[in-house]
Design a protein around this ligand. Sequence first.
Ligand code: TXA
Ligand code: MG
Length: 337
Amino acid sequence: MANPPKNIGNPMGANLRIADAAAIRDAARLLDDGALVAFPTETVYGVGADARNDRAVAAIFDAKGRPSFNPLIVHVANAQAAANHVILDGPARRIADAFWPGPLTMVLPRRVDSGLSLLVSAGLDTVAVRVPAAPVAHALLVVFGGPVAAPSANRSGRISPTRAAHVASELGHGVALILDDGPCTGGLESTIIAVSDGRVTLLRPGPITPEDIRHRTGLEVDIETGNSTANPTAPGQLESHYAPRAILRLNASHAGPDEALLGFGDVDDAALNLSPQGDLTEAAANLFAMLRLLDDAGHGKIAVTAIPESGLGLAINDRLRRAAAPRPQTPEQDQTP
Ligand code: TXA
Ligand code: MG
């Protein structure tokens, strides 16, 4: 059994600990016991479970209030570990060599002997795998020594957490331990690509762009478009996702009377500015935390100034469009604090 986690105290009463070596060891033991552990990656915080344990994986869906059709990303320490669970050859191997560890998830054919819970694939014959670069995520995977299924550690449909305190307010007691290593350096969820029959398809734009993939591997990337909620292969296809409570208006030049302005670049009268210098990397790191700050300040409406549609701007605009999309009223979203 794991030692009882030391609670360093936070308003939500969640077990939040600085991610030192002892806390990482306890987290690995909790995963072994089938419990849920939240941990930082270079993109966002994830809520993880042993990906081979059906009951533990089911507990993730429960904690997030997530629709069960949505499959999970399996995190592993390196490409060799990934190859235990999925078929990693040809173009997929080249992409892994170029971008792992890092913020890239690959959807690959599931091995028959993968040993993974069927729930992580939610009925598909593929598995999304990723090798995170963040030191705490990497250390946890090495100490645990197995695959960790981990979606972003927010309630389903809401903004991904980029701070440990966000996880505490989203999931609170639903997780056994939250490892705190400060703000995530990236701030946007990983790029998701599917690699199948030698074809590479972008499922979710993210920090690694199709240009990056082309440049480093010579492989062309097809851009999957459309918003089919009937067959959501990735959240990029769910129209409303990553939603704050406030209503969002995009490409604004200035704020209306009852709006708070979220700026980018040289903007007057912004309540908050994603990057006064117009730096897309800084804007990505600030995006979710600033949407949360404006939500928490009680603004009902947020106007966002234009972000360039290039490089990381593609992923930022993708998340902003989802955040601005009309939302289905679901009981779980009504409950979000
Ligand atoms: O940066 C990230 O990717 C973070 C950190 C924690 O790793 N994780 C994350 O997980 O964003 P999540 O669950 O919020 O989004 C991953 C999405 C799922 O919603 C699902 O749509 C897609 O990945 N996905 C997972 N398995 C898939 C599969 N077999 N085929 C297609 N899409 C899949
Ligand atoms: Mg998510």
